[in-house]
Design a protein around this ligand. Structure first.
Ligand code: ADP
Length: 633
């Protein structure tokens, strides 16, 4: 039994527990997957904003190119070059400083006159004059026009541009040469301000401005930068954008090499602060686009962050978050707006956690149910097996008990019969021997009848001959022989009859068999106080017969089991009392078939009280469930 319990534990419960634990662990991974999925979903939003920001810059560049084309159609390039700054200001509403240079780095515009008249021009010359004139290298971000619209692609150009990469092609080598040249320049000139800017610059290049939760915190920027002279930035293609930070401010330089004058470069410097009005077009026009479909309130805030991680545009308008540097997801705009990022902030981050928690709770519940089902199922199988084993054990015991029961009377019968046959028995002892043979034969008959009748009852083959009879009369016939037998066995036996007539409907033989079994049990289990009482009485509509003894009674907890077939509360080995465990089972079934019941009570002053109750003749007995009657003990 212990073994099967161990097998159940090892083969079913432990693997189930292990599976449950694995499933629970997998929910943690599920949570990560869920967060990643959400991040991927929201990343599309920030990608969109970054793309729009990038294309807004591209649009400005396109308008500049268009304006230049119109101006070139009106004037010769050389003529246009000298007053390009002034003309551009009249033609293009953006407050940009136009410039024109040739291949040698000669600056046609803005002129010193422009600088004298306009502070913006003066500042432009101070900050960018040396760089545009190819007299110094600068660290800048350059994007070919076709990629302005595609943030993220810039990374692929890293190898071409040099920047953070180590080894590479010719172009790269020339750029690293230029880079060391600029570093030399810085050292030679000992320009503390430029050096500080360069430091600031490289600091910007090393990290992202924001640390999105769904990417490695503080992950590296994907931007490509290079330190080179202006001519190197503009060596390829016919137009482009060069972005550089001066005094920690982003300067955007649009440049065009017109086909009509390939030796010239026309360009303009646009300060990003001046582009503010553009950002209103960054986000989709309707509020509902960003609303949760179920609740109607916004799920997140979108923002365009500048290079200092400050919001330049927010959607929904006027929204605020505690920490702009910690978005849920973010996308770099790219070289078009270096270090600018489109960022998304969850308004209800707890919802994400909650859904993962719900998932885990449901799964835990499911696992718990599955485990409980397995445990209950296992236990049911285990209990059934145990029951089957107990039954098999009872049957085996029964066979050995019956053999023992048969052997004892047979031995006596044979012994006394042999003695008489051989003439060894004296004449005066012969009646005694004959009586023993008869008693033992009766015992044998009773035993065999019990077994056969029980088998018949089990197979539902036993037919009861039900007829009206007086139980008092039946007892009057049965009692004298029983009394004699009990007295001979040393018992004080008495029959207390309260009623002269106890009419019932029943099978006389079957009822007599039940009563003899009960009296025989009283004798067997009667103990040292040899006292048996038969008590017959009427209780309402019930005819009752109790068999009382003064033995040890039925052990506590086994009162119901003694009516099960083969069950013996006193087994032959330990008690030395022979028996088959069939007497009470048989009595129980016979009385039930008569519409009555048999009950056991321990007598308050010691001993057993087995009472059979049968419906009084004339009272309907079908389906009778009589209440227990406290018997007179
Ligand atoms: P058995 O052949 O063992 O007597 P029974 O079906 O007649 O079989 O009885 C079942 C069990 O009930 C007995 O083994 C015994 O333990 C218990 N029992 C029956 N009658 C008495 C009694 N009068 N006093 C105590 N125990 C009894």
């Amino acid at each position: 039994m212990k073994k099967s319990l161990l097998v159940l534990l090892l083969a079913v419960l432990l693997p189930s527990l292990l599976l449950g634990w694995l499933a629970l662990r997998s929910t943690e991974e599920q949570q990560i997957v869920l967060e990643r999925r959400t991040a991927e979903l929201y990343q599309k939003e920030t990608d969109q904003v970054a793309t729009t920001a990038s294309s807004l810059i591209n649009e400005q560049r396109r308008v500049f190119g268009e304006t230049l084309r119109q101006l070139l159609a009106e004037e010769k390039p050389k003529d246009l070059a000298v007053h390009f700054t002034t003309l551009l200001r009249t033609r293009w509403p953006q407050p940009a400083v136009g410039f024109a240079i040739d291949r040698t780095g000669h600056l046609f515009a803005p002129t010193t006159r422009d600088a004298a008249l306009n502070t913006q021009c003066r500042q432009f010359l101070e900050e960018n004059g040396a760089f545009l004139g190819n007299r110094t290298a600068a660290t800048a971000y350059a994007v070919p026009p076709d990629e302005l619209n595609r943030p993220g692609l810039a990374l692929q150009r890293k190898m071409e541009m040099g920047g953070k990469s180590g080894t590479g092609n010719k172009g790269e080598q020339s750029l690293s040469k230029a880079q060391s040249k600029e570093e030399d320049n810085y050292q030679k000139r000992g320009n503390a301000k430029d050096q500080a800017l360069a430091d600031n610059q490289s600091q910007k290049e090393a990290t992202r401005n924001v640390a999105p939760q769904q990417q490695p915190a503080g992950g590296d920027s994907q931007l490509t930068w290079a330190t080179a002279e202006f001519r190197e930035f503009t060596a390829e293609g016919s137009e482009g954008v060069v972005n550089r930070f001066v005094e920690d401010r982003l300067n955007m330089i649009f440049w065009v090499r017109p086909a009509v004058a390939p030796e010239m470069i026309f360009g303009c410097l646009l300060r990003v602060e001046d582009l503010r009005p553009q950002w209103v077009n960054l986000f989709p026009p309707t509020e509902t686009d960003y609303s949760s479909s179920t609740k109607g309130d916004p799920e997140f805030i979108l923002a365009l962050l500048d290079d200092k991680a400050q919001p330049v545009a927010v959607h929904p308008a006027k929204s605020a978050v505690q920490e702009w540097k910690k978005p849920f997801v973010a996308t770099e705009v790219g070289e078009a707006l270096p270090h600018w990022e489109a960022a998304l902030y969850l308004l209800h981050p707890e919802r994400l956690r909650d859904s993962a928690r719900h998932l885990r709770r449901n799964l835990s519940l499911l696992i718990a149910c599955a485990l409980a089902a397995i445990a209950i199922g296992g236990w049911v199988i285990f209990a059934d097996t145990r029951r089957q084993l107990a039954l098999a054990q009872k049957r085996t015991d029964f066979v050995s008990n019956v053999s023992h029961e048969l052997k004892t009377p047979l031995t006596s019968i044979r012994m006394f019969a042999e003695m008489m046959h051989s003439g060894r028995a004296s004449t005066e002892r012969q009646p005694e021997y004959l009586r023993i043979i008869m008693v033992e034969a009766e015992r044998l008959t009773r035993l065999i009848n019990n077994v056969l009748d029980f088998a018949k009852l089990e197979r539902r083959q036993r037919r009861f001959e039900m007829r009206p009879l007086d139980l008092h009369e039946m007892l009057s016939q049965l009692w004298p022989a029983q009394e004699l037998h009990l007295r001979e066995a040393g018992f004080a036996a008495k029959w207390e009859s309260a009623e002269p007539s106890l009419p019932v409907v029943g099978d006389e033989d079957a009822l007599a068999q039940v009563l003899v079994n009960l009296l025989s049990n009283a004798e067997k289990y009667g103990g040292a106080t040899k006292e048996v009482t038969l008590h017959s009485y009427l209780a309402g509509d019930w005819v009752c017969v109790s068999v009382l003894d003064r033995g040890a009674g039925v052990p506590a907890g086994e009162e119901a089991k003694i009516f099960e077939p083969f069950y013996r509360a006193h087994d032959s080995l330990s008690s030395g009392i022979p028996g088959t465990g069939l007497g009470l089972a048989l009595a129980h079934r016979v009385i039930r078939e008569h519409g009555g019941e048999i009950v056991y009570h321990a007598r308050p002053d010691g001993g057993s009280n087995f009472t059979i109750r049968l419906p009084k003749a004339g009272r309907p007995n079908a389906g009778a469930t009589p209440e227990m009657l406290s018997s007179k003990s």
